[in-house]
Design a protein around this ligand. Sequence first.
Ligand code: GRF
Length: 204
Amino acid sequence: MMPSRIALFISGRGSNMTAIAEHIRDGSLSAEIAFVAADREGAPGIETARTLGLPTVVCSYAELGRERAERALAAAVHEHLASWIVLAGFMRVLSASFVHEFAERIVNIHPSLLPAFPGSEAIRQAWDYGVKVTGVTVHLVDERVDHGPILAQAAVPIEENDTPARLEERIHCVEHDLYWRCLKDLLEGRFTKTGRRRMRREHP
Ligand code: GRF
């Protein structure tokens, strides 16, 4: 079977992108990175992507505005024949029309146990709230922020000697392990669908 082609959308340092790229390189995830896109010039992850030899696309929201930037992103997805869009720290809310165009084919990772603490600053909000367990969620993207069907979650307990920085670091470690495993299941067609529920089955 031909590996699925994925488009990675980033805004920041791209550590999740790098983790996914490493698992593709070592053969644990059968996929091809069609391209890496950023919403702004100077996203550090774009430099990393170039170093990794990945095709890159910058669709500057600041210069183009959301509508044109999204059209450029959609065009890149079609042009590079990507079947999946993998958001990895992409700090823009995708419009309903973009989401509908790629329905059930956009995945996101979020640093909390959704539906708790959606939006940016999730780690800080969980910390300030004083929860004893937080975590990571991988979900399909729908037209609402951090709301689509959940594919996978992993819990991260808050430890006695934690600091916000230490918690953040542990959450990122969990992200780097959860995302590629979940993508593997998704690309292999292992999820069944009942309403919002997505269940993983052993044999597709
Ligand atoms: C991660 O915490 C992810 O859950 C959130 O944005 C962050 C991206 O980090 N959506 P990185 O750019 O992959 O290092």
